[in-house]
Design a binder for this molecule. Structure first.
Ligand SMILES: Cc1cc2nc3c(=O)[nH]c(=O)nc-3n(C[C@H](O)[C@H](O)[C@H](O)COP(=O)(O)OP(=O)(O)OC[C@H]3O[C@@H](n4cnc5c(N)ncnc54)[C@H](O)[C@@H]3O)c2cc1C
Length: 441
């Protein structure tokens, strides 16, 4: 049987893949297909859905080889598309906001940079409806779901064959152009494929840290002004970069299963709020000679937590941490220590995070937390919880030209899994750039 042939085959139906398909259709491309191993075409669009519209957040304009004005123009288009979904609501208003200016001043007095992007949010409970709405923008793109791409073969210039598996059956597709947007979950698979196809790649930095969860009353002061405030610290002791990331007012801490280790993350619902707020505090780690494999380094940290936490992440109360002792189940909600002020929203193992976190990273996190406590006094209440590990593996970087084409002609990349973005809006931008690059070529 003849192979089904496409002009562009997109691997991954996250924001990078979907926005690439939307742009390709708009530019008049035909024979487009999106392949995803999941049964629902969404990638990370099902998670929380905080949108940050600021060229400094979630993307690197130097990496994408675009001007600030181009990034902002693309953001306006993405905003128009996503905020057309009725349950996407604006949660941070930046224009002429005097409180934001005052906060930036206060942060700089304590050595921190403060970024307040315009922000919108739809919530995990609206994720599926949002994706259906977005998919409605695509009129002629084929979707192959439940279909995992196993291998990519280059037959000739601009002639690729994809070896896929769907319901245990092997299926092949052929394409003139491949756009790989496999997200973080597909990053290592794609790196193996890239190595076989001689696509240049190298190790990028990873972010390692904790997720803080506290009674929301202690943080409402700031999240009422900026839903997801970004504080960036350069630590005095080591000169390293630590930042807050992914704040979820009234949200929940969540566990992510990676098989031989587990990580923590967080989200919030649109319709139902908890009494807590959580956010990540992460330290950027880059490695050089003699060992540069940030993936393996991050995984070894995660596995230490997995081991010490009995197969789960670890959580420690600030009150216990300050006293130099582990948290334990018997005193976890002790009223004598005021621990009842914050009830954990995620069930992991009470323990000692300092046993598994590298000392330099722990130093950086604690120094930054103390600075943050000066900007927002009270966040280091004894009941505040530190969950670990929170690790963001954006660690494979693909050198590309301004079209996001790799050194192998006809293979383009976009999104978090290829080092081109760190969030929904950034992933969508990279998808659009790659789509325009495909058309240009
Ligand atoms: C709990 C949680 C909360 C988050 N909250 C936010 C937030 O509020 N705001 C924000 O901006 N970002 C958030 N993020 C991050 C956001 O989800 C990602 O930045 C974004 O989805 C990246 O988009 P992408 O298109 O690059 O990849 P993804 O969205 O990850 O999509 C990649 C797709 O590729 C598919 N795939 C991978 N390998 C293969 C293969 N071999 N064959 C077929 N298909 C494959 C995957 O199944 C997946 O559907 C959150 C992430 C998590 C985990």
């Amino acid at each position: 049987m003849a192979l089904k042939t496409y002009n562009v085959l997109i691997i991954g139906s996250g924001p990078a893949g979907l926005f690439a398909a939307i742009r390709l259709e708009k530019l008049g491309m035909n024979k487009i297909a999106v392949v995803d191993r999941n049964s629902y075409p969404a990638g990370g669009l099902l998670n929380d859905g905080k949108l940050n519209f600021d060229y400094r957040v979630g993307l690197d304009i130097n990496e994408l080889q675009i001007e600030r004005a181009t990034a902002e123009k693309m953001m306006r288009e993405i905003k128009q598309t996503l905020t057309g979904f009725p349950r996407c609501r604006q949660v941070t208003f930046v224009d002429n906001n005097r409180q934001i200016i005052a906060l930036a001043d206060m942060a700089s007095q304590h050595g921190a940079q403060f970024i307040a992007p315009e922000q919108w949010h739809w919530g995990t409970d609206n994720g599926k409806d949002l994706v259906d709405y977005l998919r409605g923008h695509l009129k002629k793109t084929d979707f192959f779901l439940n279909t995992e791409v196993m291998a990519i073969e280059k037959l000739a210039e601009n002639d690729f064959r994809l070896d896929c598996r769907c319901n245990k059956k092997r299926i092949n597709y052929s394409a003139r152009v491949i756009l790989a947007a496999p997200g973080r979950s597909g990053a290592y698979w794609f790196r193996d494929i890239a190595n076989k196809l001689n696509i240049q790649n190298n190790f990028g930095p990873i972010d390692v840290g904790i997720r803080l969860e506290l009674n929301r009353k202690l943080y409402d002061f700031i999240t009422d002004i900026v839903y997801d405030p970004k504080f960036i610290f350069t630590t005095r002791r080591h000169g390293d970069k630590v930042r807050t990331f992914c704040t979820n007012p009234g949200g929940r801490v969540r566990m992510e299963n990676y098989g031989d280790f587990k990580l923590v993350n967080g989200d919030a619902l649109f319709g139902k709020k908890t009494n807590n707020t959580n956010f990540a505090l992460i330290n950027t780690v880059a490695l050089t000679k003699p060992y540069s494999d940030t993936t393996e380094f991050g995984q070894s940290i995660a596995k230490q937590f997995f081991l010490l936490g009995g197969g789960k992440p670890i959580v420690q109360r600030i009150g216990d941490f300050r006293e130099g002792r582990r948290s334990s189940l018997s005193t976890f909600n002790s009223t004598t220590s005021h621990f009842e002020v914050c009830r954990a929203t995620c069930s992991v193992t009470p323990g000692d995070i300092t046993l598994a976190m590298p000392a330099r990273i722990m130093d950086n996190l604690w120094e930054s937390l103390k600075s943050l406590d000066k900007i927002i006094p009270g966040i280091l209440h004894p009941s505040t919880l530190m969950y670990a590990p929170e690790i963001k593996f954006f660690d494979t970087h693909f050198p590309t030209d301004r079209n996001l084409e790799t050194n192998i002609k006809g293979i383009f990349v976009a999104g978090d899994g290829t080092g081109k973005s760190r969030g929904i809006v950034g992933a969508a931008i990279s998808g659009i750039i790659a789509a325009e690059g495909v058309m240009r070529k």
